[in-house]
Write a new protein. Structure first.
Length: 272
């Protein structure tokens, strides 16, 4: 695993222009998502009562009104529909970008530089099909879990007890998604390199322990860094906090690209 991390970092440095593009892609996507959520949440928060002698009663009235808007109007349905459309758009773009990146990883040792655009032309269809199959299998439990969670909340509309009830199901779903993701990721590596996808699935099983280590360790570093940045912005407010948050997007993009490069190196090492 240590060799894969070191070699993955070397591959990441060779793809510095791809890193900049990934950073801009994430930044723009986060901006539009923020503006969309702000347009939904801000009008509701403007009705939050100010502090006055009947503050508690006013807060309870605000909570009742917000709950009524969420459960008795089409606000939640429209919001979920728009979020679903945005998620679908990202799911269409992501495998196309991944196909070029994985192809370029496979030819990272060549002297001709990165080959992302060539990889997109050659392998976007195969990678997109595998990516779509992965998401269908990974999201299949939502057919049961989402109606179950909705009915559970309507029976007892208490956020704390509802979260405690749904936490085991969410944890099981997360484990399921990871178990589906890793074999399909290696299958996409194989498809982008021109190999048979099922060979990639077998490689992921043989390299499962170091693959799990890389997949968990590097994103955990990103999560810890995000927590540190969030804590710092509570102390340093204003323009400095905004600059720090925007700069950390680049760090997150770097760790994401590094993780993918390490995973691809594990695929290549098993190939050798």
């Amino acid at each position: 695993m240590n060799d894969a991390i070191r070699q993955g970092w070397e591959t990441t440095k060779r793809h510095k222009y791809v890193l900049v593009a990934l950073f801009l892609y994430r930044l723009l996507w986060g901006f539009f998502l923020y503006r969309f959520i702000d347009a939904i949440v801000a009008p509701i928060l403007t009705r939050y009562p100010d502090q006055h002698p009947i503050g508690e009663a006013a807060k309870q009235l605000f909570a009742i009104e917000a709950q009524f808007r969420l459960l008795k109007t089409d606000l939640a349905d429209r919001t979920l529909l728009m979020l679903g459309a945005m998620l679908l758009l990202r799911m269409l773009i992501t495998p196309v970008l991944n196909s070029g990146l994985y192809y370029s990883f496979a030819h990272a040792d060549d002297q001709s530089g990165t080959q992302v655009l060539q990889g997109i032309r050659r392998s976007w269809k195969k990678v997109s099909l595998l990516y779509g199959a992965e998401k269908l299998i990974a999201l299949a439990p939502a057919i049961w879990l989402v109606p179950f969670g909705r009915s559970a909340y309507l029976e007892v509309p208490n956020a704390t007890s509802w979260l405690g009830q749904m936490l085991p199901y969410a944890a099981g779903w997360a484990i399921w998604m990871l178990a589906v993701h890793l074999p399909f990721l290696f299958m996409q590596f194989s498809a982008a390199a021109g190999d048979r996808p099922w060979q990639g699935a077998l490689r992921s099983i043989r390299r499962m322990l170091p693959l799990l280590g890389v997949t968990i360790l590097l994103p955990l570093l990103s999560l810890l860094g995000s927590a540190a940045v969030s804590g710092a912005t509570l102390i340093w407010t204003g323009l400095l906090a905004i600059a720090l948050n925007q700069a950390y997007h680049f760090v997150r993009s770097t760790i994401a690209l590094w993780t993918a490069a390490c995973q691809h190196r594990l695929w290549q090492r098993d190939e050798a």
